[in-house]
Ligand binder design. Structure first.
Ligand code: NAI
Length: 268
């Protein structure tokens, strides 16, 4: 990874922030995109102080032009692009029957379209470097989660997009990785949208008891180095993949009961 140029979206918090430190720690030049300039600046300066190389650009991935500028910043500053990690994302928590349609649209705009815009703009450079494009999906991109219709839909859409892209590029040398983390300690449940489109503002999970963002970042780093096509994290995640292949109805019941136990669950 030494000297490679790595773009990370959603790098101001959680898994994205951990990815910035992970890749920079292995000698990559990281280019960080997210909406919060103060946090990006702080992370980027901290990486530089530790002897790494970093740049950042305030980016809303749901805005095509912002994505273009992020990619161009990386190219102009460091001359090439080796890895694009589409990590920026938001979640939701509401029954579909209660959710305003703007919630589903926002989920698609950030999670799906953000991935498409950044990938589209970076692709010519990634083809040149025979680099990697990564999407941070979720176990919710393998199994639909109740209360998360828009979230699961956006992650399933990313799956179809990335899988097609991988097959299209069988002979070009482009590496396409889908990462499916399970529950990970981060800010995602605080910013999750509820039925009226406002943020949940709290997490129903004990964040300290689930996988750390740093562990997820280390796994993604290894998967990029090994040029893996997919990577599923947590025992629960791996079991979900296995069960969803063979025991759909039974798994539906299991997932329902598991998610219904969350404090303040919108269904029981
Ligand atoms: P987080 O909330 O801590 O970080 C999300 C990042 O995306 C932040 O930097 C945020 O500012 C950024 N972001 C949100 N909307 C954006 C936009 N419009 N433009 C640019 N940046 C934007 O959450 P976390 O958990 O680190 O999420 C990262 C990715 O991991 C997401 O794609 C999420 O779906 C995925 N994931 C998270 C899991 C979890 O349990 N935390 C589980 C599985 C997947």
């Amino acid at each position: 990874m030494k000297g490679k140029v790595v773009i990370i979206t959603g790098a101001s918090s959680g898994i994205g922030k951990a990815l910035a430190y992970e890749f920079a720690g292995h000698g990559a030049k990281v280019v960080l995109g997210a909406r919060n300039q103060t946090q990006l600046k702080e992370i980027s300066e901290d990486i530089k102080q530790k002897g790494g190389e970093a740049a950042y650009l305030t980016t809303d991935v749901s805005n095509e032009n912002d994505c273009k500028n992020l990619i161009l910043t990386a190219k102009q500053k460091f001359g090439k692009i080796d890895v694009l990690i589409n990590n920026a994302g938001i979640s939701m928590r509401a029954l579909f029957q209660d959710a305003d349609l703007s919630v589903i649209k926002r989920l698609m705009d950030v999670n799906f379209w953000g991935t498409v815009y950044c990938t589209k703009k970076a692709l010519p450079y990634l083809l040149e470097s025979k680099g990697s494009v990564v999407a941070v999906s979720s176990v919710a991109g393998i199994k639909g989660l109740p209360g998360r219709t828009g979230y699961s839909a956006s992650k399933f859409a990313i799956h179809g997009f990335m899988e097609s892209l991988r097959i299209e590029n069988r002979k070009t040398g482009l590496h396409v990785l889908m990462a499916y983390p399970g529950f990970t300690a981060s800010n995602i449940r605080n910013t999750a949208l509820v039925a009226d489109g406002s943020q949940q503002g709290k997490s129903p999970l004990e964040e300290g008891k689930i996988m750390s963002a740093e562990d997820v970042a280390a796994h993604i780093y290894k998967a990029v180095i090994k040029r893996k096509t997919s990577m599923v994290l947590t025992g629960e995640g791996k079991l979900t993949v296995f069960l969803s292949k063979f025991f759909t109805k039974w798994l539906d019941k299991l997932v329902y009961n598991h998610m219904a136990k969350e404090p303040g669950s919108p269904f029981k």
